[in-house]
Design a binder for this molecule. Sequence first.
Ligand code: PMP
Length: 444
Amino acid sequence: MYSQHKSETLFSRGRKVIPDGVSSPMRAFALVGKNPICIASAHGSRITDVDGNEYTDFLNGFGTLILGHGPEKIVSAITQQAAKGTIFGLSTEVEYALAEKLVASTPAIEKIRFVCSGTEAVMTAVRIARCETGRNLLVKFNGSYHGHSDVLLASPVNLDRTATKNKGVTKGITAELNREVLLCEYNDRERLSEIFSEHGADIAAVVVEPYATNMGFVKSQPEFLRFIEKCCREHGALLIFDEVVTGFRINYGGACNSLGIDPDLVTFGKIIGGGAAIGAFAGKARYMDRVAIGNEVFQSGTFSANPLTMAAGNAALEILSQPGFYDGLEAKGAFLESKIKSAFAAKGIPFHFSRVGSLCGIAMRRDSTPMRSYKDVKTQDYELFRNLHSRMLEAGFLMPPSLEEPLFLSAAHSEDDLARFAEALSGNIVSLLAERQAAELQPA
Ligand code: PMP
């Protein structure tokens, strides 16, 4: 019998000393309407909770673990580095080696600096853009998430006192910062054009994910990204590609490589740290040199480029750079896609499945067309997803605890993992829809 008894007990202990019992809100499982599981260990494609339940993992550290849990080479790189020292407060060869790998990976970038989170990376990129342009306004896309700095959580929506429950809405940010953000719908060229016509001379930067991974999974239209690039060039604004999730997820380097876009600044995180805490901002030397001493933009960090993370990152990139690595991931993605699509077709499930490489999303709405913007995302059946998440846990599959996160595949997933997932997913959707229909037919 599936039980979360130990998780429940631990969680109630945690709640006494940590708000909501979690150090990052999505872990509270509030969006899937139940108490969360506490994890004991993980290996490869499997993650095990404190009750001993084993799940095939599609969360993978919110997209960090492209190699799955605990790859031997990374574990040994971390262990060897730990024996030599975990932090020196000074530079190391492993840091330079990782920087060289990253700069070589992505033609759009010439220099890079390490921080400890995606949040810090995007925050600093925006600071550079504001300094460089002498302008204040930042264009963001509705439904996006770029970390929890004031600058990136700022939004005109925060000025609306009734909008407390919307995504990314927070108090504690000055009205001035909130007014310095302009919101556009993802993939909406017309609106972006209006924004630039009206405010072009005051826009410091556009910050955008090359694929929207914080809305479930919404693909960008290539002409949309090219249009953003064009608007930025014409109006002297900087283009910041937030590749915290997409960097090294789609191909070796930034997704900008395969999309043929040349952003001014690129932010990385997650995958490049091999499972250790990381963020990085990178870009053209003339912008990056803004953070050199005397060049006006300040940025620092005690744990920035700490050797443990650098060792893990180097080990990860050595594996990712092997010929055929991304072809292998693409094959796994294609396999899952074919399994899910055929199961959906056989069972009459009307949901659209989107995928780029190992990044996938199911649009849980009765519409065979892909979602294009956050407006589309919001038309999904959130209640169905909440129930599905619980059923999938019981069936031994950990999905991200929000419909607004993608499914993350890893190189550790086997065909069997993926086939069983497609079967459980489609089976549970069918039963949940049938149960709902039966409940609706019950006389009141
Ligand atoms: N940018 C994007 C696109 C993200 O998805 C995230 C977090 N998932 C961040 C930035 C912030 O990264 P971190 O959680 O490491 O601060």
